[in-house]
Design a protein around this ligand. Structure first.
Ligand code: ADP
Length: 484
């Protein structure tokens, strides 16, 4: 109570002041009582008395309230050890110290919590950035990637995966995988389920998925993601291996075709040379006949090996290409000379159209000569005696292209086989009896025109009417002409 005016004293002073004012009111000629009479003065007195009592009550109330507030504040700010409160109220200095100490402790706790919050915010930002980073990597992959949760519901899928199974990557999150990919992919869905059930870290399996063009083979790697022995989900990566499989298959086919093609002439050569050695050819005429067979089979073998080597050199990019400026007309004329004898033997007329004005191309002359002779010899080979073969040349100035066509009045090719003509070893069975061949000539033509010279091959044909085989090449540019 020391240092603070007692509210009891203030109340008492107020009551005395009220009585004094009441007494003054009773003195005649002074104050309000002089004007209003005694009744009013006593009313004043009563009012002041009541006011004074009110002040006393307020004073006492204030004291009690102040005590309660101080007690609550003390409890709130500094809960003392048990029993302290019972020992009586603290001195104000000690209370302030306790409050300060408590505040300091609270401040320290707040600072620590703020630090933890900042730390968590930084970690959350890092995790968010890492998530975005990972997602960016997954979305940039060309392989299809799918992630499902422990209940086989989609967590995320990149665009190739959505395109492969035909769903919307954004709308399909949290949807059951089986519903998203459809019933046709039951094998794939089962593969993921199995991986989750058996908690396998990485399983590789090949599955075939039908696509617009053709069935594609996918190498699927599925891996179960687990934590504390619990399967959180499964990640699946699908890599399209269709092309690799086709190439591997083509290589196998190529090797078996080559060995088969080599075997046939070799078998003839072996058989005829053995007959000669055994003296089975008694007369000169028979011996000559045997020699001719051996010679032609050896030539066939030679052609076959040459074609195979050329094709594989071009395909592997190992062939040396020597391009130079050349006149298409001259190259065609040279090859026409080469074929004339053979055509005359078969009574086939070979003609060339009018020469073009600008016929300069930038080519490997040997290779282009091979293209022209292959097309000319096929035209003569597959045209019955009495037929016609004509060579046409034209220039498309706008497209800067030279176009060469070889047209015959021969056997023609069934429409369904036209698409296969340029494949290795492909021969039209209906025309096999017309001439011998390896089925490699047109493939070589295509490789030389398209791969080496950036041109294009084409063919149109009608059975019993004839065929037109041709190619387009870019005209030599000014720089290529000057360079010579
Ligand atoms: P081949 O050595 O068998 O002639 P090619 O690759 O040159 O091999 O030709 C492939 C097949 O295309 C031939 O076997 C033949 O059936 C067919 N062919 C090619 N040119 C013609 C043509 N002008 N007329 C008809 N058929 C053709």
């Amino acid at each position: 109570m020391r240092g603070r005016p007692s509210t009891v004293w203030i109340a008492t002073a107020a009551a005395l002041l009220a009585l004094l004012l009441a007494a003054l009111a009773r003195v005649p000629g002074t104050g309000a009582a002089a004007r209003s009479g005694d009744g009013l003065a006593w009313l004043h007195l009563a009012a002041y008395g009541v006011g004074a009592m009110g002040v006393i009550f307020l004073g006492v109330g204030y004291r009690r309230c102040a005590g309660a507030v101080t007690s609550i504040a003390t409890r709130l700010s500094s809960p003392e050890p048990a029993g302290t409160e019972r020992d009586g109220p603290r001195a104000p200095g000690a209370l302030t110290e306790a409050v300060d100490a408590r505040l300091a402790r609270n401040e320290a706790v707040i600072q620590e919590l703020r630090g933890q919050l900042r730390d968590l915010q930084v970690r959350s930002q890092l995790a968010e950035r890492e998530k975005r980073h990972t997602e960016a990597i997954l979305y940039s992959l060309r392989d299809a990637v799918l992630v499902v949760d422990g209940a086989d519901k989609l967590l995320m899928a990149n665009e190739p995966a959505a395109g492969l199974f035909g769903f919307d990557a954004g709308d399909s999150r949290r949807q059951p995988l089986a519903e998203i990919v459809g019933q046709t992919q039951a094998e794939f869905v089962e593969l993921l389920r199995q991986s989750r059930r058996t908690r396998t870290e990485a399983t590789k399996r090949e599955i075939v998925i039908a696509r617009e063009d053709r069935p594609h083979t996918y190498e699927v790697i599925v891996s179960c993601v687990q934590e504390d022995g619990k399967a959180l989900g499964v990640v699946a990566v699908l890599h399209d291996v269709t092309k690799e499989k086709e190439v591997a298959q083509m290589k196998n086919d190529f090797v078996s075709h080559v060995s088969h093609e080599l075997k046939t002439p070799l078998a003839s050569i072996t058989a005829y040379s053995e007959m000669l050695a055994d003296g089975e050819a008694n007369d000169e005429e028979t011996r000559k006949e045997f020699y001719a067979v051996i010679q032609s089979q050896a030539q066939r073998l030679n052609r076959l090996i040459e074609d195979i080597l050329n094709i594989s050199r071009i395909e592997s990019g190992l062939i040396k290409v020597r391009k130079e400026q050349a006149s298409l007309t001259i190259l065609i004329q040279e090859q026409l000379q080469m074929i004339r004898n053979y055509a005359e033997e078969k009574q086939i007329t070979v003609t060339a159209g009018p020469p073009i004005v600008y016929d300069q191309v930038y080519v490997d002359k040997d290779m282009l000569s091979q293209v022209i002779i292959n097309l000319l010899s096929n035209a003569v080979k597959y045209t019955p005696a009495g037929g016609r073969v004509s060579v046409g040349t034209e220039v498309d100035e706008a497209a800067r292209l030279a176009r060469v066509t070889v047209t015959d009045t021969g056997a023609g090719i069934p429409a369904e086989e036209i698409g296969h003509l340029f494949e290795k070893f492909y021969r039209v069975s209906a025309n096999n009896k017309l001439a011998k061949g390896t089925g490699l000539g047109l493939n070589l033509v295509k490789q030389i025109v398209e791969k080496v010279h950036n041109g294009r091959v084409f063919v149109t044909s009608e059975v019993g009417v004839g065929s037109t085989f041709g190619f387009e090449l870019p005209l030599a540019t000014a720089a290529e002409v000057v360079a010579v």
